[in-house]
Design a protein around this ligand. Structure first.
Ligand code: 5GP
Ligand code: ZN
Length: 113
């Protein structure tokens, strides 16, 4: 499958991974919108949340556990951060492999009040 995030997460395209475990990988966004902008993805290909079977939904907890570990390691756990998932066309998703944006390193403008 010709999926850029599969290739990055599984080492087919070499990249500096911020975090990796058996199921999850994280790497820096090529076009950061904050001082810290990390993409956290499952190593298995799912297009979006809508593509994950209910009996595999624990991958979402695995991704959030990875984010906790990354926030500790990178030092932004204390000041805080934002997690964003763009899902599908109207959600603004451009890369069709589910990914969670983790933004940190500055006071972020609120999108939802
Ligand atoms: P989306 O709009 O799908 O939620 O976010 C896709 C994100 O992936 C964008 O922030 C974009 O900058 C990032 N991106 C696209 N292609 C690449 C790539 O080849 N490498 C990395 N590191 N990030 C990418
Ligand atoms: Zn993929």
């Amino acid at each position: 499958m010709d999926c850029i995030f599969c290739k990055l997460a599984n080492g087919e395209i070499p990249t500096d991974l911020v975090y990796e475990d058996e199921k999850v990988a994280a790497f820096r966004d090529v076009n950061p919108v904050a001082p810290v902008h990390i993409l956290v993805v499952p190593k298995k290909h799912y297009v979006s949340l809508e593509d994950i079977p209910f009996d595999e939904m624990s991958i979402i907890a695995d991704i959030h556990a990875a984010i906790r570990k990354i926030s500790d390691k990178e030092g932004f756990a204390v000041d805080g951060y934002r997690i964003i998932n763009n899902c599908g066309k109207d959600g603004g998703q451009e890369v069709p492999h589910i990914h969670y944006h983790v933004l940190a390193g500055k006071k972020l403008t609120k999108l939802v009040t």
